[in-house]
Design a protein around this ligand. Structure first.
Ligand code: PXP
Length: 246
């Protein structure tokens, strides 16, 4: 694909950690919904929120208010459970990104095992799709996981960029190449490719430069940077970094 022909590379802003800060005091401030509205003004193309089983950041009330307040497409990150399926079907977000979830993890550490969990995922993907929700699976950049996502009928795959983001030295190029090959393979399978996890101003460039990638989902770094510069400027700078290499 000629990068110049690629449609606008979308930036989804993940607001989970605004809720993390709020929850540290158990009150109402800072409000992730206000952050979502600010992100829209600052040029975000979508809002992402992860309702975790333990509600450690986003809560059910946040989700209700997000659905009622934002005009940008909402991407709900969710575990493949009956509870989350029911919540997604009740709220009808634009998209649902199925992620693995383990209570003890600090963040989403690995990709979903789309290959090994076919039978668990198939009915969930089918019900979300039937409700008109665009399903995405968050997977490691491994061919068999992309093949499995395609077999499941998921239209979108989000590649886990965590290992790339945390890589040092020679490993950066190795991880980047894994992502590049996976992105190409995914497009060949007819999948829309997204990417995210651990992206910053400094490492977003090579990912944004991949013409196969249609959307990046970025959270923790932007919320952290907002402490220093404000959320709007942080998002604007990320947008500029994406545009400079896209
Ligand atoms: N994409 C997915 C599927 C995620 O689970 C997360 C983290 O919640 C992100 C993107 C964003 O990662 P980060 O907060 O490190 O930018």
């Amino acid at each position: 694909m000629n990068p110049k022909l690629r449609p606008h590379l979308r930036l989804g802003v993940n607001i989970d950690h605004v809720a993390t800060i709020r929850n540290a005091r158990g009150g109402l401030h800072p409000d992730p919904v206000r952050a979502a509205l600010l992100a829209a003004e600052a040029g975000a193309d979508g809002i992402t929120a992860h309702l975790r089983e333990d509600r450690r950041h986003i809560t059910d009330d946040d989700l209700d208010r997000l659905v009622g307040s934002i005009s940008l497409p909402l991407n709900l990150e969710m575990a493949a459970t009956d509870e989350m399926l029911a919540i997604a079907l009740a709220h009808r977000p634009h998209a649902a990104c199925i992620v693995p979830e383990r209570r003890a993890e600090r963040t989403t550490e690995g990709g979903l095992d789309a290959a090994g969990q076919h039978n668990t995922l198939a009915p969930i993907v089918a019900r979300l799709k039937a409700a008109g929700i665009r399903v995405s699976l968050f997977v490691a950049p491994e061919m068999h996981q992309l093949d499995a996502a395609a077999r499941l009928g998921a239209p979108v795959v989000e590649l886990h960029t965590g290992p790339y983001s945390h890589a040092e030295g020679d490993q950066v190029a190795v991880q980047l190449e894994r992502l590049r090959i996976a992105a190409e393979h995914g497009v060949g399978l007819g999948l829309e490719m997204h990417a995210g996890h651990g992206l910053t101003f400094d490492n977003v460039g090579p990912i944004a430069a991949m013409p196969q990638i249609a959307e990046l989902n970025i959270g923790h770094f932007l919320i952290g940077e907002a402490v220093f510069t404000g959320l709007g400027p942080a998002i604007a700078r990320m947008r500029a970094a994406m545009d400079a290499s896209g």
